[in-house]
Each structure stands twice: as structure tokens, then as C-alpha cells.
Design a protein around this ligand. Structure first.
Ligand SMILES: *Cc1c(COP(=O)(O)O)cnc(C)c1O
Length: 382
């Protein structure tokens, strides 16, 4: 039997050497590596500006905080996402207004956005679900007509492109995650891409207490002024060192994901009990975060049994995401959503299984995973 984890960071000798070099030096924070990582990330994605951060959640909160959102403001948020997309809004005191997803991709249902806009709406947040790009020109068209800011949650969108443009460059800000199971890791970490240099500079200040000059800009050590309210949402040098090395391997990671996704899709073709979410086609290039298998009708109620069967055969799985965010207790208790709301997101959350396609897969793993799913489904029929 094989043991195939759902996700596994690929940390090699170059990452280890880079970390040791940081630890052997004197600068753990505020050093050149966070700056270098930002420059390389901007170059890789084509972003005019990149600002490193402690996590994707911190990055999104920082942007909303900077924009001054608070009680009385509303932000449109997809129901089918990680809770961080909504928490980043909640943390400011503003209200997340959830919009269901489209069934084909799990991305926000753009046709339903306009009905959720009120005079209090300030921004639209989208997530490129499992790396499949949202049709950003359509979102931007709505946003521009209503004067709204557009946030792209790019936590799963390293390598995602629409019309050849990298995710995070299409809206007003893009926030990336380097959590261990994402496309590349820094253990914990995040990055913000923006077009506006003034915005980038403000985010750099506010992620570091709002002081008026960085350590290197201080003429006399220890002497600075505080001109703004801010956080400590910085990325440290150890994380940045890992990120620089991971970025060098990014093209290889993405090629491997695309190849694994294609062969797993082929291996699962013809299974009547499942639907697969839509993937890359013409203008849309996915980052292939995982392959989500949506179980049909009667299988939906037995999803957890199928997961157990897969896990018993050594196939690691995950669920993206376990509930639509408005069905999570915190949001239900606060805003009173019932469980029959957001039916498309519910269908994916309660009825899907995320299968691995990451670069950690070994030869033969993909066909093993396909066979394991087939056997789990046939075992369950009995
Ligand atoms: C993982 C994830 C996040 C959170 O990222 P962190 O770096 O852990 O804060 C946010 N949004 C989405 C869509 C995610 O999948």
C-alpha cells in the first residue's frame, strides 16, 4: 500500500542552506532578504509592487485597515472560501456580505454580485477557488460602475493567469499565502501585490507599527517617530530566505501540478458518480491547487465514508472548504444564516473531496489515487 499525503512542502538543500545562513548572521528581521523576496515576487508575477507580510490573512486585514473600513461598511465576500477571506473583513468591524458561487468552478457567482451591492458597499473580494481564475474583467466592470475596491484572495492562485496576466494584478490588491500546503511555502507568510506605489508604501509602513522610517533609514539608531497606527505584520528573514529559494522552483512546481491534474482527470473520466469542477480553458489558466471531486446526489450523504475508504488505502485527502463560510458557527450565530442558504457552495462543501495533484506525488501515485477512488465508490455500492 502507498501513503500519499494530500500536500507536502518540498524543502530541499537550498532552502535549508539559506535558512542556516540567516541564522548564522545578525539580521533576523528588517533585513535585505524580505526586500529581495518582494522584488523577485514582483518580477515573477509581473506585479508593479509587492509587499511581504506575515500571512495572507494579515495581508488582507492590513489592506482593509489601510482603506479605513469599519462598522457600517459592507464588503462582498464569496461564501465558498477559507474563513480568512471573511475574517479579514470582520476584523475591521465591517460586515461581510456573502455571495454564493457558480457550480461549474466554485468561484463567486458574478451575476449575483450586483444584487448584493447596497449604498454601504465599499469593496468586492473574490477568491480564485482552487486556483481557477475568476473572470476579473466582469468583476471590475461592476466594481468600476459602483466605485468599489477589488480584493483578490490569491492564497491558492500562485500561477493562476487570466489572459496571460497573473492573478493579483487584475484587481486593486492581491493577497497570497505561503502556508505549508499552498503552492510554495515560507512556513507562514504572505505577499500583497498592488499597482499603486503610494498604496504599497503605506502598506509597508502600516505593517511595521506605522513608524516613519525603517531600521536602515534611521540616521541615529533607535530614533524614529510614529506617524500612523499600524501592526506588526512583517515577514522575517528566515521566511523570506525560504521564499526566495521556493520561487526559483515555482515553474517546475506548476508544471508538475498541471501534468498530475491532467492525468488524474483522465484516470477519473467516465465515473458516473462524480462531477469534476471546470479547469483551464482558452483565457483561463488554473494553478491546479487540487482536484475537487463533487459526489452526485445520493453519494453526497456518504462523502465522509468515501473519504475514510480513500484514507484507509493511503490516499490523503482534504475538503475545500468544510462549510460555506456563512454556515460556520461564528457567522451563523452572528448573522443568523440558515443552512439552506448558498446552495451551490453547500453542494461543494458538503459533497466534495479534494484529491492531491501537488509536486510531491511520485511515479504511479496518480493512477493509484484514481483506482482507490473507483474502488471506494464500488465498495460503497454494496
Ligand atoms: C489558506 C487560505 C487563506 C489563509 O492564508 P494564511 O496565509 O494562512 O493566512 C486565505 N484564503 C484562502 C482562500 C486560503 O485558502
Amino acid at each position: 500500500m502507498r501513503t500519499i499525503p494530500f500536500g507536502k512542502p518540498i524543502i530541499g538543500d537550498s532552502e535549508k542552506a539559506a535558512v542556516l545562513e540567516v541564522l548564522s548572521g545578525t539580521t533576523l528581521v528588517h533585513g535585505p532578504l524580505a526586500k529581495e523576496f518582494e522584488a523577485r515576487f514582483a518580477e515573477y508575477t509581473g506585479a508593479p509592487h509587492a509587499v511581504s507580510a506575515a500571512s495572507c490573512t494579515a495581508a488582507m486585514h492590513l489592506v482593509y485597515f489601510h482603506l479605513g473600513y469599519g462598522p457600517g461598511d459592507e464588503i462582498i465576500v464569496p461564501a465558498q472560501t477559507h474563513t480568512a477571506t471573511a475574517h479579514a473583513v470582520e476584523l475591521t468591524g465591517a460586515t461581510p456580505v456573502f455571495v454564493d458561487c457558480e457550480p461549474r468552478t466554485g468561484n463567486i457567482d458574478i451575476a449575483a454580485i450586483e444584487a448584493a451591492i447596497t449604498p454601504r458597499t465599499r469593496a468586492i473580494a473574490v477568491v480564485h477557488f482552487l486556483g481557477m481564475p475568476v473572470d476579473m474583467p466582469a468583476v471590475l466592470d461592476i466594481a468600476r460602475r459602483h466605485g468599489l475596491f477589488v480584493m483578490e484572495d490569491c492564497a491558492l492562485a500562485m500561477g493562476t493567469r487570466l489572459d496571460g496576466v497573473h492573478a493579483g494584478l487584475l484587481g486593486d490588491a492581491g493577497c497570497f499565502s505561503f502556508y505549508p500546503v499552498k503552492h510554495m511555502t515560507t512556513a507562514e507568510g504572505g505577499m500583497i501585490t498592488v499597482r499603486d506605489g503610494v498604496l504599497a508604501e503605506a502598506l509597508q509602513r502600516k505593517k511595521a507599527f506605522g513608524v516613519d522610517r525603517t531600521v536602515n533609514e534611521r540616521k541615529i539608531p533607535g530614533i524614529y517617530d510614529v506617524t500612523l497606527l499600524g501592526f506588526n505584520y512583517r515577514m522575517n528573514e528566515i521566511e523570506a530566505a525560504i521564499g526566495i529559494e521556493q520561487l526559483k522552483r515555482m515553474d517546475g512546481f506548476l508544471e508538475s501540478r498541471a501534468a498530475n491534474d491532467a492525468s488524474l482527470r483522465a484516470g477519473l473520466a467516465g465515473i458516473d458518480e462524480i462531477d469534476l469542477l471546470e479547469t483551464s480553458h482558452d483565457r483561463f489558466t488554473s494553478s491546479y491547487y487540487c482536484l475537487s471531486v463533487v459526489l452526485k446526489d445520493r453519494w453526497r450523504d456518504r462523502r465522509d465514508d468515501v473519504i475514510r475508504q480513500l484514507n484507509r488505502q493511503g490516499v490523503g485527502t482534504s475538503v475545500y472548504y468544510p462549510r460555506p463560510v456563512p454556515h460556520m458557527s461564528y457567522y451563523r450565530d452572528k448573522y443568523g444564516y440558515s443552512l439552506d442558504t448558498f446552495p451551490n457552495a453547500a453542494r461543494i462543501s458538503y459533497g466534495s473531496i479534494a484529491l492531491p495533484v501537488g509536486p510531491h506525488l511520485q511515479d504511479g501515485d496518480v493512477s493509484y489515487i484514481a483506482e482507490a477512488l473507483k474502488s471506494a465508490l464500488s465498495l460503497e455500492i454494496k
